[in-house]
Write a protein of this length. Sequence first.
Length: 145
Amino acid sequence: MTGMTEEIEINVPVERLSTFVADYANTPRYTEPLVSFKPTTKIKRGEGARFDMAGKIFGIPFRSQLEVADFAENKGWRLKRISGTQIEIQWFFRSTEKGTRITYMIEYRLPFGLVGRVIDNLIIRRLTDKGIKKTLQKLKDLLEK
């Protein structure tokens, strides 16, 4: 699995940030390269909520069904894969003097065995890194405006 971690500080209280990120309807507004993020259960926030996620990286479509796990209000949670592309995302929030420090972690594995690993090393890893940085910057821009 390929793993990446990125951090950013956003000048808003942790409660506001956590509430915004936990609202699935906001997810497509800041997440690169997401095409859709839709709930599949009556639970739409917190532990046990499930979502269908779809996107494209370099024209290559991906789809996963994810479930929220380890949900801790104003502290973070994990989106774990139920089916589809192997991916896991974690959000961690920590109050600071100026606002909130976010740690965003992602792990993924492309299909196609050795070919997938080569594509990841040559292209996808760089695009994912850029996407994570753009995601966090968009989130910062949305909340600090």
